[in-house]
Design a protein. Structure first.
Length: 414
């Protein structure tokens, strides 16, 4: 029976990237509907320099592997783990290091791959392993269409299920008028290639030319943080910029509810989970008009503004319009809230859609409509070559690197 099946969502380690937050949301919603869902952390040997507490209402497990275990042995441990929990649903998510076991799974395991982003790595994942997955899910219709172009065999076995969120029970009312700084938030990874966070100081500078004052809150961390701080410190425009660092996901709803605008300047996205969460708390999105997911979610000028990538003045003009017209801001905030708190973006609807998909996949497997072809385990491209070695060789190689690093940093001898 599907109600007795385990749902296992894989993650290398716990953090606040999109797939992990999605896993937490889905596991929580599935458990609330009577299914047994948990998250398995597959790389307990990876040291996290900024560990975050795991949500206490979600079951977590750890893959039983030793530090420096070889890739081959880790794959064997993952297969054993899934078979011991079968019949089960296995969702590899962004665990690209272990998902290559899919060709070796028995028919007691339903594998469901998810394309979270309009990103080459996710498409490569589906092209390489989609034939071994019972079903594939894309978070937007644009991603699904592109995946089918790259792997036509996915047609008929790919579904579109957007990210669902737990929106506020009622529309969060806000105070604010045109004489106060516009409260704007960016929430996400601080990187440039995808998120284009270095556009944010430029947008604030352009907003100053529009005579608009902004209080910008930044929640997140990442490789571009140092440069971003430097660019803001050189900004002489009268704005206020507040860095919160990495924020536990459970605290974000309250923060979003205190902001007026969600700002996102990304070059590409899948369907930004932070965006949907912010809309569910009544933030007006001012975001780049990336083709994946955004046009399906936001009607420009109705429940948010869509701005061409890199259009700094365009961003500033939309922020100015929202600051100068509080009535427009309230109207768009309410429309954004309604959009995110209804239909496929409700977390309950997302969970029900996944349950229906699991049922269909189990039925297809039991009837023989789907039979997983047998294939070899092939290491992913991003696997470090040292991980192919036995554990003792990996350990001593790691120790040698540590010793060399200490020698390099040591004071020169006179």
């Amino acid at each position: 029976m599907i109600s007795l099946a385990n749902v296992i969502l894989a993650a290398p380690k716990w953090g606040l990237n999109g797939p992990n937050v999605f896993s937490a949301n889905l596991a929580r919603a599935l458990n609330a509907l009577g299914m047994a869902a948990h998250i398995v952390l597959t790389r307990p040997d990876w040291v996290d320099t900024k560990p975050l507490p795991k949500p206490g209402d979600i079951p977590f497990r750890t893959l039983p592997v030793r530090p420096f275990m070889s890739f081959r042995n880790r794959c064997a441990a993952m297969i054993r783990y899934l078979e011991q929990h079968s019949p089960c649903v296995y969702i590899p998510n962004h665990d690209f290091g272990h998902s290559c076991i899919s060709p070796q799974l028995s028919n007691r395991i339903v594998a469901v791959g998810i394309l979270h982003s309009d990103d080459p790595q996710h498409y490569e994942h589906a092209v390489r392993l989609g034939g071994y997955w019972n079903r594939t899910v894309a978070v937007s219709a644009a991603i699904a269409a592109d995946a089918i172009k790259l792997a036509p065999s996915l047609a008929g076995r790919i579904s579109v299920i957007p990210h669902g969120v737990a929106a506020a029970a009622a529309f969060p009312q806000r105070t604010g008028n045109r004489d106060e700084p516009l409260r704007v938030i960016y929430a996400g990874r601080l990187d440039q290639p995808q998120k284009r966070v270095l556009d944010l100081p430029k947008i604030l500078r352009a907003a100053a030319r529009e005579k608009v004052q902004i209080h910008l809150t930044i929640a997140g961390s990442g490789p571009a943080e140092r440069q971003l701080r430097a660019d803001f410190s050189a900004l002489d425009a009268g704005h206020t910029v507040e860095f919160l660092g990495t924020v536990e996901n459970g605290a974000m709803a309250k923060i979003f509810a205190s902001q007026a605008v969600f700002l996102l300047a990304s070059a590409f996205e899948g369907l930004s989970l932070s965006l949907v969460e912010a809309m569910g708390q009544g933030c007006v999105p001012v975001i780049t008009d990336v083709r994946s997911g955004i046009p399906e979610l936001i009607s420009d000028g109705v429940d948010g503004f869509r701005v061409p990538i890199g259009d700094i003045d365009g961003f500033a003009a939309r922020l100015a319009a929202l600051q100068r017209n509080p009535g427009l801001r309230r109207q768009m905030a309410y429309s954004a809230y309604v959009r995110a708190s209804s239909g496929p973006y409700r977390i309950e609807q997302m969970a029900e859609s996944y349950i229906q998909l699991f049922r269909e996949a189990f039925d297809e497997q039991q009837s023989g409509a789907f039979r997983r072809p047998l294939g070899k385990i092939r290491a992913p491209q991003e696997l470090r070559w040292t991980e192919r070695f036995p554990a003792p060789l990996q350990y001593w190689g790691h120790r040698a690197k540590q010793l060399l690093a200490k020698e390099t940093l040591a004071e020169p001898r006179l």
